[in-house]
Design a protein around this ligand. Structure first.
Ligand code: G1P
Length: 298
């Protein structure tokens, strides 16, 4: 049986320059989709998949992420005194338990592979999940849970993938697909940010991974790849020579909250998914769009 995955790593050191000036003093991971910070969606997804230890690789100006996952006694006392029991229960539900979080810093922006490597001593010699918080999903069950289901039979390394138009592949890691169904197929190759002409497929890496700890020694020796950065995709490509990589073409829809369009679309879709505001918000959208009904493709 595959070793259980207990730990998840969240790289949150990025500068968020695409959202300036909003991100001048505030981490991009704290921008909100409706009323929850982007990072909370990835943490919720990890918790649903059975993760017990949440490791954040942060950087300068990211202290508020640590505060977000801490108790706020004054706030809790005020909510209690005002009888706001629902808001209080929600805050408590979202809070990781004592000792379930760790924070370490990536001191220099050397790339995603380097950020993951910074978590090596905290993760130790165990398989771990890696969640890039920019990507959030509308899916049930969550994407990491779907991957865990595959992992229970395949073990090894698992990557969530999705199809994009061929002209968009250059922004992502891309995999080559071998035998097997969408719920778990062999990955036979991968490349980071290829030109469309050199891409092995239009199946991109969706920012969710289950990785074996051997990746860390490969990252120790890694040299810069695409964009002059140390890439996790290059280390995984090397690990493919020794271990299996399974692709899961997940059920659901992704929103790249690292881009303005993805972030704004996520806000619309998640708001329309919220029973407390969906009707009123839809009414506003219809006025804005001149009464054209908006359908949300799932
Ligand atoms: C990273 C990964 C890439 C993946 C993407 C998903 O790229 O390197 O393989 O497809 O996340 O969002 P980045 O978005 O950091 O350039």
């Amino acid at each position: 049986m595959a070793n259980r995955v207990r730990t998840a790593v969240f790289p949150v050191a990025g500068l968020g320059t695409r959202f300036l000036p909003a991100t001048k003093a505030m981490p991009k991971e704290m921008l909100t989709v409706v009323d929850r910070p982007v990072i909370q969606y990835a943490v919720d997804e990890a918790r649903e998949a059975g993760i017990e230890h949440f490791v954040f690789v942060t950087g300068r100006n990211k202290g508020v992420i640590e505060d977000h996952f801490d108790r706020q006694f004054e706030l809790e006392a005020t909510l209690e005194a005002r009888g706001k029991s629902e808001a209080l229960a929600e805050l408590r539900r979202d809070l990781p338990r004592a000792g379930q979080t760790s924070f370490t810093r990536q001191q220099e922006p050397l790339g995603l592979g380097h950020a993951v490597w910074c978590a090596r001593d905290i993760v130790g010699r165990e398989p771990f999940a890696l969640l890039l918080p920019d990507m959030i999903f509308q899916s049930a069950p969550g994407v990491l849970k779907q991957m865990m289901d595959a992992y229970e039979t395949t073990g090894g390394n698992v990557i969530a993938v999705e199809e994009v138009p061929m002209e968009n592949v250059a922004s992502y890691g891309v995999v080559a697909r071998g035998e097997g169904p969408d719920t778990g197929f062999a990955i036979t190759g991968m490349v980071e940010k290829p030109k469309p002409a050199n891409a092995p497929s239009n199946l991109i890496i969706s920012g969710r991974y289950i990785l074996q700890p051997e990746i860390f020694s490969l990252l120790s020796d890694a040299t810069a790849g695409a964009g002059g950065e140390i890439q996790i995709t290059d280390a995984m490509h090397q690990l493919m020579a020794r271990q299996s990589f399974t692709g899961v073409k997940y059920q659901g829809r992704s929103f790249d909250c690292g881009s303005k369009i993805g972030f704004l679309t996520a806000n619309v879709v998640f708001a329309l998914d919220r029973p407390d505001i969906a009707d009123d918000f839809m009414a506003e959208l219809k006025t804005l769009t001149g009464d054209i009904p908006i359908s949300i493709a799932n």
